[in-house]
Design a protein around this ligand. Structure first.
Ligand SMILES: [Zn+2]
Length: 316
């Protein structure tokens, strides 16, 4: 049985991790880097939530922490700007010093949120969820794997003993699956569109690949089934939720059919499961490439708003 945990009362203002440095310049690119600013601004301007929140800019994690996941060879290449053209091509974002710095900060943000989660039950990072980064290379817009780094640091420092990744981005979490493949103290769970990037999918502890066009009903049934399965297989101290906005019906890189109402129900299922089990919860954003960027922002805001309402017991 899991120990019964008691959280400290959440402070007011309640901190959320966010950095204006996430808005790097990718040039013309499908990744909406402005979403981070816009999610924070939307929350900050909310009549009820805004006054209760405070943005905290995370510190970039030192190389020693990144090396808990990433190889020194890869980190040296990033430090010295020596990625090969092939390595930049599969990364699918430009390499620049400020881009690398933003990823180091995002590792710090997820780590910061994990510390908050173990104290107050919830840690929010308006960023992160870069699940395609592997130890020795980055791919698919992910240069460093913030969730894996935070998990390895948390385990090494005794912040928690068992971590669950609930990855609901439309893309399979290949980096995390590969990194934690043989581990019994980390459980990786991914619901994704089967027929989508990445085309090689190292097995997670639990994978549910959905057919093209899967709608709210199919998606939510899969999520219920997945969470029920995990209940019999793993008892986490902490959940890292990669709350991707790209399963959205109007996403440019995703081919699933979730509606805004579907996302709301998705988040409810995750948060109720987490709270019922008395587990700490870290929220990271993951991907989101809606035709209208305001839809991506609205999905992320809805996730964070719902979590804050639950954990902070507020009505808005
Ligand atoms: Zn994605």
């Amino acid at each position: 049985m899991a120990e019964t945990r008691t959280w400290e009362p959440p402070p007011r203002p309640f901190p959320v991790a966010y950095s204006p440095k996430y808005r790097v310049d990718y040039g013309p690119h499908v990744f909406p880097v402005e979403k981070y600013d816009r999610v924070w601004q939307t929350l900050r301007q909310d009549d009820v939530l805004g006054p209760l929140l405070e943005a905290v800019e995370p510190a970039p994690l030192p190389l020693e922490d990144l090396a808990r996941v990433h190889t020194w060879e890869y980190l040296q290449k990033l430090e010295e700007g020596r990625l090969t053209p092939y390595e930049v091509a599969i990364l699918e974002i430009p390499y620049r010093r400020d881009v690398y710095e933003a990823f180091r900060i995002s590792c710090g943000g997820t780590w910061q949120a994990a510390q908050w989660a173990m104290r107050w039950g919830l840690g929010v990072h308006i960023g992160g969820g870069f699940h395609h980064a592997f130890p020795d290379h980055g791919e698919g817009f992910c240069m460093l794997n913030d969730v894996a780094v935070a998990i390895e640091k948390g385990l090494a420092e005794g912040l928690f003993r068992r971590a669950l990744i609930v990855d609901l981005d439309v893309h399979h979490g290949n980096g995390n699956a590969a990194i934690f493949r043989d581990r019994s103290d980390v459980f990786t769970f991914s619901i994704h569109q089967e027929n989508n990037y990445p085309f090689v999918k190292p097995p997670s502890h639990l994978d549910i690949g959905l057919p093209d066009g899967a709608d709210d009903r199919i998606y939510l049934a899969a999520l219920r089934r997945g969470l029920a399965t995990i209940e019999t297989r793993f008892e986490p101290d902490i959940v890292f939720y990669i709350a991707g906005a790209d399963p959205y019906e109007h996403d440019r890189l995703g081919g699933l059919g979730l509606t805004m109402a579907g996302f709301r129900e998705r988040d409810t299922l995750v948060f109720e499961w987490v709270r019922r089990r008395g587990v700490a919860c870290v929220i990271t954003l993951g991907g989101g490439y809606a035709l209208r960027v305001e839809d991506t922002v609205a999905i992320h805001v809805q996730t964070i708003r719902q979590a804050l309402e639950l954990w902070l017991s507020i009505q808005s």
